[in-house]
Design a protein around this ligand. Structure first.
Ligand code: TYD
Length: 225
């Protein structure tokens, strides 16, 4: 869904370990420093809201699916996809829309493309697109493109607990789904950055694309480059 808005909605996407969380933080910090009069919010999906909290429990295997006799079985992937879609609408209306309405910059670490990339492993891609169709599109999306092998090496080194998607073969399929989802996006809104570029250089590339688009609603201040 495309909406006209006062603020700027930016999304970072990529495989696990691609650096979306780092870049979300770096961009928020740079905005706070260079355009302090513009409200900035850095958020993430799964969000901290009710559906997001359940999703995190599922990803960490703390909530499991069962059959009607209470016997363990995998959590239903369609139900998980619906939880992600519900979390997205809740996240947008509670954390993103108010910032955009006041002319600020909202940055989300993951959004709709994550569902198209990850949930389409188990349920049809078009169904994922359809259950997410009410979630408004971002103005700018940065895809941090790391290979599945690099992603796997990074998550293996950095994390003790594994999410259910952090497996090499699964990351390869997720990467292919990301490419499929990116092909369908408005090219003007997408910036693909090689994710093996040093983090500071990625942050500079991101800033190059963002600086000229920062809303002037709260004071009309030009960004300092
Ligand atoms: P991640 O950004 O890795 O969060 P954290 O650093 O807190 O673990 O996201 C958690 C996982 O959720 C990640 O493997 C991708 C997955 N995910 C989906 O499968 N679908 C979605 O729609 C979203 C937003 C995330």
């Amino acid at each position: 869904m495309n909406v006209s808005r006062k603020g700027l909605f930016i999304v970072f996407e990529g495989l696990d370990g691609a650096g979306t969380t780092t870049q979300t933080r770096l961009l928020a910090a740079r905005l706070a420093q260079r355009t302090p009069t513009v409200m900035t919010a850095a958020t993430a999906e799964p969000s901290t809201g009710p559906a997001g909290s359940v999703i995190r429990q599922v990803l960490r295997h703390r909530v499991r699916g069962t059959d009607c006799f209470g016997k363990d079985k995998p959590f239903d992937p369609g139900a998980l996809a619906l939880l992600f879609a519900a979390d997205r609408l809740d996240h947008y209306s509670c954390e993103i829309e108010p910032v955009l309405d006041s002319g600020g910059v909202a940055i989300s670490d993951r959004y709709k493309l994550s569902s198209l990339a990850y949930q389409a492993l188990d349920v049809p891609f078009e169904w994922i697109a359809s259950i997410n169709s009410l979630a408004p599109e971002p103005d700018l999306l940065f895809f941090l493109d790391v290979s599945p092998e690099v992603a796997w090496n990074r998550v293996s080194m950095n994390r003790i607990t594994r999410d259910i998607f952090e497996v090499p073969e699964i990351l390869r399929q997720v990467h292919a789904n990301y490419n499929k989802a990116l092909e369908r996006m408005d090219r003007d809104k997408v910036v693909i950055i090689p994710g093996e570029t040093p983090a500071d250089s990625i942050a500079d590339i991101v800033w190059h694309h963002v600086a000229g688009r920062i809303p002037a609603a709260q004071g009309g201040q030009e960004p300092v480059n």
